[in-house]
Design a protein around this ligand. Sequence first.
Ligand SMILES: N[C@@H](CCC(=O)N[C@@H](CS)C(=O)NCC(=O)O)C(=O)O
Length: 202
Amino acid sequence: MYTLYHFPISCSSAVKMVLEITGAAHQERSVNLFEGEQHQAEFLAINPLGKLPVLVEGENVFTQGEAILIYLSQKHKNAQLMPDLATYQGMEALQWLNFIASSLHGHFTKIFHPEKISHDHQVVIQNAEEEIVKLLNLIDDTLENRQFLAGNLPSLADLYFAVVLGWGQVLSFDLYERYPHFASYKKQLQAEFPLSHTLQNI
Ligand SMILES: N[C@@H](CCC(=O)N[C@@H](CS)C(=O)NCC(=O)O)C(=O)O
């Protein structure tokens, strides 16, 4: 039995999707990021960085979302959420996962918390959005020729990107109007994983 520390709309939703898809037994502990529960002593005792997601399995406490996702994909191989990592396809899926979880998510974090970078919030937000646009352009170009980020099979990178698509409202433009492939991509992804309630509602 896993325990996921989770807040809907946060990146812990990618882990939630994987738990739903694999059918792994799990329970949730809610950490309300809007109410600042991630900074309370009770949660900091579990993850001193005050970040979601956290996955607990028995005595083990796992942090860092990307690592958790890869761990679960390897433990629950039947779900086929990552190709064999020691292959070209596996490496490509890993690259995309890192692109989304680190580069793209990183720029969104600046928009969510501009105060951590500079008192000039507008400049931080504008610069971050410029970087996000470059990365989204690359994703949209990629989806011109393939169904999913790493090819014609979905992977963890797509589940993480689905979560990021849910953050579009913080941008100054409509994601689905600007990027012609995103709406059909999301539909195809949802069709691949009907068991994930979280993905269906993103
Ligand atoms: N990649 C890092 C960062 C994850 C992250 O940024 N989590 C966000 C939610 S999407 C969070 O918990 N933010 C709370 C905060 O920064 O106060 C990790 O997995 O620990």
